[in-house]
Design a protein around this ligand. Structure first.
Ligand code: MN
Length: 200
């Protein structure tokens, strides 16, 4: 089965003014779609064609098949990123997730500071993540298409720090984009659901 470009979980103008519909036209409509199209060309007629996206990502990583890994991982990363955002996002997590953030990072403000720093200091293209790693919450950053899955970690939330994620709305101001992500966009419900699933 070919991979599919999933529907966005909200309208493409629902995150304005923080992320414009113009950005979604390119980031979702062109970049994310291109990863899907490229991955499908690469798996067509191969043994990968019947595997799940996660299986293909793991195999491509192990085999050092960079083209297949980059395109399939970027499908997964972008779908996960759209779900890491929501209209009227930001604010504070609650319950178990809030308790774990406080115990791992000291406070929500400290978490935000460290997450922003991870995204700002990822040189070139990549991703900032909140992950569950061996039962502990951690902030990580990865280059290019690399993702927590290949490190045995469970992703809870991510921010895309490739320039294409913010350049149309923020130009070179990656720190402003990350601050906006944390203050107005991050979907704590999604993070809490991912935590609950991983610890069930
Ligand atoms: Mn992207």
């Amino acid at each position: 089965m070919p991979f599919e470009l999933p529907e966005l979980p909200y309208a493409k103008d629902a995150l304005a003014p923080y992320i414009s519909s113009n950005t979604f036209d390119f980031h979702y409509g062109k970049h994310h779609k291109a990863y899907v199209d490229n991955a499908n060309k690469l798996i067509d007629g191969t043994a990968h064609a019947d595997k799940s996206l996660e299986e293909v990502i793991q195999t491509a990583w192990t085999d050092k098949n960079a083209g297949l890994f980059n395109n399939t991982a970027q499908i997964w990363n972008h779908t996960f990123f759209w779900n890491s955002l929501k209209p009227q996002g930001g604010g504070a997590p609650t319950g178990e997730l809030a308790d774990r953030i406080n115990s791992a990072f000291g406070s929500l403000d400290k978490f935000k500071e460290e997450f922003k720093q991870a995204g700002v200091t990822q040189f070139g293209s990549g991703w900032a993540w909140l992950v569950l790693d061996g039962g502990d919450l951690k902030i990580t950053k990865t280059p290019n298409a690399e993702l927590p899955l290949v490190h045995g970690q469970t992703a809870l939330i991510t921010a895309d720090v490739w320039e294409h994620a913010y350049y149309l709305d923020y130009q070179n101001r990656r720190p402003d984009f990350l601050q906006t992500y944390l203050d107005h966009l991050v979907n704590w419900d999604f993070a809490a659901a991912n935590l609950a699933k991983a610890t069930a």
